[in-house]
Design a protein around this ligand. Sequence first.
Ligand SMILES: *[C@@H]1O[C@H](CO)[C@@H](O)[C@H](O)[C@H]1NC(C)=O
Ligand SMILES: *[C@@H]1O[C@H](CO)[C@@H](O)[C@H](O)[C@H]1NC(C)=O
Ligand SMILES: *[C@@H]1O[C@H](CO)[C@@H](O)[C@H](O)[C@H]1NC(C)=O
Ligand SMILES: *[C@@H]1O[C@H](CO)[C@@H](O)[C@H](O)[C@H]1NC(C)=O
Ligand SMILES: *[C@@H]1O[C@H](CO)[C@@H](O)[C@H](O)[C@H]1NC(C)=O
Ligand SMILES: *[C@@H]1O[C@H](CO)[C@@H](O)[C@H](O)[C@H]1NC(C)=O
Ligand SMILES: *[C@@H]1O[C@H](CO)[C@@H](O)[C@H](O)[C@H]1NC(C)=O
Ligand SMILES: *[C@@H]1O[C@H](CO)[C@@H](O)[C@H](O)[C@H]1NC(C)=O
Ligand SMILES: *[C@@H]1O[C@H](CO)[C@@H](O)[C@H](O)[C@H]1NC(C)=O
Length: 840
Amino acid sequence: MSNQLTGSLPSLSGLISLQVLLLHNNNFSSIPPDFFAGMTSLTTVYLDYNPFESWEIPESLKDAGLLKEFSANGANVAGKVPEFFNSVVFPSLEKLHLALNYLEGGLPQNFSGSTIRSLWLNGQKSNSRLNGTVSILQNMTLLEEIWLHGNYFTGPLPDLSGLKSLKVLGLRDNSFTGVVPPSLQNSSELRVVNFTNNKFQGPTPKFADAVSVDMIPGTNRFCLDAPGVVCDARVNDLLSVAKNFGYPVSLADTWKGNDPCTSTDAWKGITCAGGDILVFNLKKAGLTGTISSDFSLFSKLQKLILSDNMLTGTIPDELTSLSSLNLLDVSNNRLYGQIPKFRSNVEVQYGGNPDIGKNSSSYAPPGTPGSTPSSPAGPGGGSDDSGNKNSATGKIMGSVIGVVCGLCVVGLGVFFYSRKRNRSSKVQSPNTMIIHPRHSGDQDAVKITVAGSSADSGVESFTDSVGPSDIHVVRTEKMVISIQVLRDVTNNFSEENILGRGGFGTVYKGELHDGTKIAVKRMESGVVSEKGLAEFMSEIAVLTKVRHRHLVALLGYCLDGNERLLVYEYMPQGTLSSHLFSGKEEGVKPLDWTRRLTIGLDVARAVEYLHGLAHQSFIHRDLKPSNILLGDDMRAKVADFGLVRLAPEGKASIETRLAGTFGYLAPEYAVTGRVTTKVDVYSFGVILMEMITGRKALDETQPEESFHLVTWFRRMHINKDTFIKAIDPTINLDEETLGSISTVADLAGHCTAREPYQRPDMGHVVNVLSSLVEFWKPAEPDSDDMYGIDFETPLPEVLLKWQAFDGSSSSFPPSGDNTQTSIPTRPSGFADSFTSADGR
Ligand SMILES: *[C@@H]1O[C@H](CO)[C@@H](O)[C@H](O)[C@H]1NC(C)=O
Ligand SMILES: *[C@@H]1O[C@H](CO)[C@@H](O)[C@H](O)[C@H]1NC(C)=O
Ligand SMILES: *[C@@H]1O[C@H](CO)[C@@H](O)[C@H](O)[C@H]1NC(C)=O
Ligand SMILES: *[C@@H]1O[C@H](CO)[C@@H](O)[C@H](O)[C@H]1NC(C)=O
Ligand SMILES: *[C@@H]1O[C@H](CO)[C@@H](O)[C@H](O)[C@H]1NC(C)=O
Ligand SMILES: *[C@@H]1O[C@H](CO)[C@@H](O)[C@H](O)[C@H]1NC(C)=O
Ligand SMILES: *[C@@H]1O[C@H](CO)[C@@H](O)[C@H](O)[C@H]1NC(C)=O
Ligand SMILES: *[C@@H]1O[C@H](CO)[C@@H](O)[C@H](O)[C@H]1NC(C)=O
Ligand SMILES: *[C@@H]1O[C@H](CO)[C@@H](O)[C@H](O)[C@H]1NC(C)=O
């Protein structure tokens, strides 16, 4: 930067490790369209003040998912403000500076939920500059600095009280109208406000002394120049009416001062007598919005003429209270609804409103998806990565390298936990993932996991994942944990801490100084390069987005050199698989039927949650007992999200290459590779059969004809006698139990129906199982115990305590309860592919 370098910039496409790019204040003449392609590690870009030929910010920038700062002031950028600068594509973006360019159009609605702190779009030099309203600022709550001055923005300023850190608000030289939201005056961090040369109306705002205010008197449409002085009541009423029209500039131009009935400077459309407003004539005034019921506040009103506009909504009943009214003309608008009953001497003209008299409008209200050109849903999850594996791998590698250098060095990240529905994180799902065959430790399953393709088309934020109170939404600004902390809590990854081992890594038990247990999944270094890497990125992306009582919680992760680690909550009772199938050998008490039922319900609820998230479905694709983990209360959580796919909105099925485990694969998936949520329903049905029979999906110890559980189960289920023989002999069979088992057997059959459309959805499954569980015994009070993870204590505090141990002795004071610290004999079993330390 700050040289006189000339000529065209070369393409830097493919510099996957490059993080910081500072080229500002030079004399570069052009920038190639593929400039950013594949630069997956970029965090910082400064291109300001170069005499580039006119250019638009290329889509290839989206490869830089870790971007924090993008600055290109005075760089001849043309086109619209790109929608892709949103929190889904760039979950870490803090600075977007595009001042003094040739941008046009409006602020993208896509910026809702943005992480941007500093937004500069001031001084566009195109003919139309930036225009439209700025209502979306309300939804960009992290903003600290807003520079929009020198554009053609219109409409009112939204309530910005949600922007708790707002410091600078530069709006001068635009066409903002309406009343400045009173809450702005209470904004505690606010330091600079520039309002000069707009059309703001109502009282002049009065800011605290700490605020430096640029608001030259007479350059707005305030009623009075003195800050904080209230307006005439008629002015307030008129502004209230104008508010429903969206404070149009056409009214703001003349509706100024504190006397609407002034003889010298007439207010548009208003006729007064003796200080009272008698007539509104706003025919053909280009009005949009609705008719305010506050017209009824003008008690002397005789004529209200609003014809030939684009008004929507209904005629307010309150207007009938106007005792002097003799004409209401609302003809040629888009009104609907019944006409209120006016006195007989009121002439009501309403022709040219196609929906008048109907109970609903056929016009889409402005701002709804139907009325704005919405871009079509993304290209979907097609397997478009074929033949492009290298670059896909490059992307992932690049991101990982970026994260390593960018974040892990930072050391301890900060967790934000909250119990309520709260703003969740927005983590970009890996766009492309290559999953390689991994060695399965399971003897019972032949695992085929081949290159899976991207199913991620425009991931949206989950800020509104609606759900019951048992969903924990986590904010993952920084879930990065330093390798040193993880070394310490696992006794330097000692043999004694190993919970399980598998094809792509080892799971260690870790224990914090306060006795809280965690499980640390450490990828095998060396083997890591590709194998398991996709799973790694996928799990982070998914687990940070979804939180549910019955999904294993990801607490953090670490990338450091070759090291890749995931930190989970610790599930002391290991896998459902070990309880169902190896009970005898390991001396584990067999599960009684009510336990199995409760576990089934827990799993069903988790899968229902995954399938039914607000904006997309997640499909697990590898449900099986070795992915179901149990806590000390024997409640279950679903684990192993390495294979989860997002079902794109509006697409019923996605094609992926096969992944999953034989025995649990739905037939249509095995044959066509098409994935729908019904694939999980099928696997769940198989799990129910396993819980009923105590047999594995594929049981090599059985003769050929009963090797495949689903086939054998169907045969046995045909009549009662054979069915009773199929039930796990360790279950105590009484009449009630048998009834319950039969219902579940029917459900299992239904779930494993040959055709996906014949299978129920998980909501139905939950209903069936919960009615059985309730019938059986009073529902257990749902405990909030997350197996030692205290969701009440903010994780930053917990981590500070860890940090205190960082670098100190790696041996921990024994925590009071010695039996708890002994090494369990069963694997905690995070991935199916881990075998237990004792060699099972
Ligand atoms: C910038 O580059 C142009 C040609 O691209 C040249 O004419 C001009 O002199 C350069 N300016 C400086 C300060 O180097
Ligand atoms: C947001 O931007 C993405 C592109 O990044 C686009 O696919 C999507 O349609 C946009 N959504 C809205 C609501 O504009
Ligand atoms: C904004 O300007 C564009 C021209 O760039 C124009 O087509 C559009 O109608 C304007 N929008 C508004 C809301 O004024
Ligand atoms: C902005 O937030 C408000 C509520 O705070 C919400 O009603 C609105 O839909 C959001 N707008 C967008 C574009 O997301
Ligand atoms: C602003 O703060 C004052 C004093 O704390 C309070 O009385 C007033 O209601 C607040 N106004 C708004 C709009 O929040
Ligand atoms: C805003 O006003 C302050 C105080 O008058 C001034 O120092 C600053 O340069 C202005 N900033 C913008 C962005 O207009
Ligand atoms: C419209 O709503 C009113 C009252 O809500 C009802 O009496 C009337 O039948 C409805 N008309 C139609 C066409 O649905
Ligand atoms: C998020 O949770 C915190 C802590 O519970 C709370 O203080 C805050 O108001 C919540 N924010 C939202 C937007 O709900
Ligand atoms: C931890 O283990 C590594 C080798 O795995 C060794 O080099 C290092 O010295 C050990 N550190 C401590 C504190 O024991």
